[in-house]
Design a protein around this ligand. Structure first.
Ligand SMILES: Nc1nc2c(ncn2[C@@H]2O[C@H](COP(=O)(O)OP(=O)(O)OP(=O)(O)O)[C@@H](O)[C@H]2O)c(=O)[nH]1
Ligand SMILES: [Mg+2]
Length: 211
């Protein structure tokens, strides 16, 4: 991912969404990407978000990345955040098989139900590859799932940061390559990104926006 750009100017604003079971590492992946750091996080309550400014494909981009809670009790709330997303990152834990089987049992169904944007780019991410000795889901299984559901695919570690930037880079480059998504992210519509409970803080902040 390119260097950070000025917080005022950008060519496109993209809304990205992280989904997947509780504990797979969604919030850690987001922190790893936005702050280059790793720390022990609590389970997300409702929905969180972070903003990151990047330059990629020759464009200045503002990424609004929404991080949803994986716990079932928040499902009704988090479903409303699929609306208008240009990119969606489905995360599972390569050391916990149920997080992988829940992709088809739960998460792909949520996408079908709640995603308003049919051209939205989907990315499947197998996290925690630093725990290779505990791996139970093979890379091939991830590749096969991604092919079946029409997703991009990468394995990464939010802890060691292996492939973390690549996840976001590949997703964003694909969005940049999709004219209908580009049109949505251009200046004319960027004001709508915080329609659901606008954050009161400044652009570099993060916070819980669920209530
Ligand atoms: N070893 C290892 N641990 C990780 C990695 N990513 C996350 N973790 C750990 O996994 C646990 C859960 O991480 P979170 O980021 O809170 O998971 P989450 O998907 O946001 O969970 P919810 O907010 O409940 O949906 C934490 O203890 C993290 O430190 C990774 O790549 N490797
Ligand atoms: Mg979380």
């Amino acid at each position: 991912m390119g260097s950070s750009t000025s917080q005022q100017e950008f060519d496109y604003l993209f809304k990205l969404l992280l989904i997947g079971d509780s504990g797979v590492g969604k919030s850690t992946l987001l922190l790893s990407f936005t702050s280059n750091s790793f720390e022990e996080l609590s389970p997300t309550i409702g929905v969180d978000f972070k903003i990151k400014y990047v330059t990629l494909g020759g464009k200045k981009l503002k990424l609004a990345i929404w991080d949803t809670a994986g716990q079932e009790r928040f499902r009704t709330l988090t479903s409303s955040y699929y609306r208008g997303a240009q990119g969606i990152i489905m995360v599972y834990d390569v050391t916990r098989r149920e997080t992988f089987t829940n992709l088809s049992d739960i998460w792909a169904k949520e996408i079908d139900l709640y995603l308003t944007n049919q051209n939205c780019i989907k990315m499947l991410v197998g996290n925690k590859v630093d725990k290779e000795s505990e791996r139970v889901v093979s890379k091939k299984e991830g590749i096969d799932f991604a092919r079946e559901y029409g997703c991009l695919f990468l394995e990464c570690s939010a802890k060691t940061r292996v492939n973390v930037e690549q996840c976001y880079d590949e997703l964003v480059l694909k969005i940049l390559d999709t004219p209908s998504l580009l049109a949505e992210g251009s200046s004319g519509v960027k004001k709508n990104i915080f329609k659901q409970n606008p954050p009161s803080s400044d652009a570099s902040a993060s916070g819980c926006c669920s209530w």
